[in-house]
Design a protein around this ligand. Structure first.
Ligand SMILES: *[C@@H]1O[C@H](CO)[C@@H](O)[C@H](O)[C@H]1NC(C)=O
Ligand SMILES: *[C@@H]1O[C@H](CO)[C@@H](O)[C@H](O)[C@H]1NC(C)=O
Ligand SMILES: *[C@@H]1O[C@H](CO)[C@@H](O)[C@H](O)[C@H]1NC(C)=O
Ligand SMILES: *[C@@H]1O[C@H](CO)[C@@H](O)[C@H](O)[C@H]1NC(C)=O
Ligand SMILES: *[C@@H]1O[C@H](CO)[C@@H](O)[C@H](O)[C@H]1NC(C)=O
Ligand SMILES: *[C@@H]1O[C@H](CO)[C@@H](O)[C@H](O)[C@H]1NC(C)=O
Length: 341
């Protein structure tokens, strides 16, 4: 099933939400401050795009989604994911996957989700898992949506519509800087949330490869810290470069996860190094299989499967992005970003 290397893909990658200027167009739900949110990223934020690909990285079967009232959607979680939960906090409707907007004509007015499991920022990587949607393709898909919107709106309204918000999750700094500046910024996106890479060395799949005491992680975590530092400094650079016209925010999901892994009881968790669903050591060797019976106390697990956080964990990540201090969300949090411009 899922290749051992998936983890680099799952966590080394990018989520952005984007949105757009509020008053001009209908808003993204009952009370959302963002008319639209666009999301780019990997399996930790894919809400079904991979169902349409020939790939091993899939989650459209039970027990994925076991905690939801809907059928398995392709979300790599027992329940809702960070983006769904952040959307709820913002009063924003759930995003349709890009593939659904293409194949089923789902509503794109309030945004879409372009994320794909097994995606990485470099097109060259991730191939061994089969077909996937690379970052460049996600941006191209986004342009397709833009063209659709253009057909229903004049340019002025569209650029106002596109003035608000984006979230992202790391990458090569320069590649990302260029992508953001050229592709996305030029498309009119104005508010960006860039999420840190999670603590790779702590996920059950990595821990299952050695004998680690509880709470310990593999050392390659340190490499991730460097990476995240660069991401944070990219945020500073971009905020200086686009001062007053755009805002970029760094979501420190790394710190939140580490804090909870090191002090689980305070946050109501019991299992930090073992997956709720999966096979082998720490249930981390092989990811959750179709119709496998997962653990029953899912809220006590930081990790749902070998690679991905549980809904309980994602809930914390979403609320810290929404309303956290500067150590969670820098230099401002999403609720502050919502009222800018
Ligand atoms: C998921 O389901 C389990 C078992 O029914 C329950 O204990 C847990 O509270 C649920 N989690 C969430 C986040 O709803
Ligand atoms: C999409 O949603 C918007 C806002 O609620 C609505 O105005 C529009 O008619 C919807 N479009 C479709 C095709 O359902
Ligand atoms: C653009 O927005 C204005 C004001 O909201 C509205 O009156 C107009 O119909 C819109 N144009 C199009 C093509 O949607
Ligand atoms: C943006 O400009 C304002 C006023 O010109 C200044 O106070 C602020 O420090 C600048 N912010 C950044 C991030 O450069
Ligand atoms: C956000 O955080 C502030 C300060 O901690 C708190 O007063 C406020 O109630 C929080 N808002 C929400 C919606 O959680
Ligand atoms: C997050 O932003 C809100 C403004 O919406 C602010 O009141 C709050 O203090 C911030 N939260 C924290 C924990 O700093």
């Amino acid at each position: 099933m899922a290749s051992l290397l998936t983890i680099y893909i799952a966590w080394f990658w990018t989520l952005f939400l984007i949105s757009v200027s509020a008053n001009d167009v209908s808003t993204g739900g009952p009370s959302s401050p963002f008319p639209a949110i666009f999301m780019f990223g990997d399996s930790s934020v894919d809400n079904g795009n991979n169902n349409y690909l020939v790939s091993f990285a899939k989650a459209n079967f039970m027990p994925y989604g076991i905690n939801t009232s809907w059928d398995p959607t392709g979300r790599f979680s027992n329940g809702k994911m960070t983006i769904d939960l952040l959307g709820e906090l913002l009063g924003h409707s759930y995003l349709s996957s890009f593939e659904m907007t293409q194949t089923q004509g789902s509503n794109i007015t309030w945004g879409g989700n372009y994320a794909s499991a097994a995606t990485v920022i470099l097109d060259e990587t991730g191939r061994y898992l089969g077909q996937r949607i690379t970052f460049n393709e996600q941006v191209r898909n986004f342009q397709t949506t833009m063209n659709k919107l253009k057909a229903t709106m004049d340019d002025m309204n569209l650029s106002r519509y596109l003035a608000k918000f984006v979230g992202i999750r790391e990458s090569w700094k320069q590649r990302l800087h260029k992508q953001l500046s050229l592709s996305l910024h030029a498309l009119g996106l104005r508010k960006f949330l860039l999420a840190a890479v999670g603590p790779l060395g702590c996920i059950p799949n990595q821990i299952s490869r050695g004998l680690f005491p509880i709470g310990a992680c593999k050392d390659d975590v340190n490499m991730v810290i460097l990476f995240n530092d660069r991401l944070k400094s990219l945020v500073d650079e971009l905020n200086t470069q686009y001062n007053g016209t755009s805002i970029f925010v760094y979501g420190n999901s790394y710190a939140a996860l580490m804090q909870i892994i090191q002090d689980p009881n305070t946050y109501g968790f019991q299992a930090t190094n073992i997956a709720c669903c999966g096979i082998g050591m720490f249930q981390g060797r092989i990811s959750c299989l179709p119709f496998e019976i997962p653990c029953s106390n899912r809220d006590k697990y930081v990790f749902w499967d070998a690679f991905h956080p549980s809904e309980a964990m994602d809930k914390i990540l979403a609320s810290r992005a929404f309303n956290g201090s500067t150590s969670d969300c820098y230099p401002i949090n999403v609720s502050q970003m919502a009222i800018m411009f």
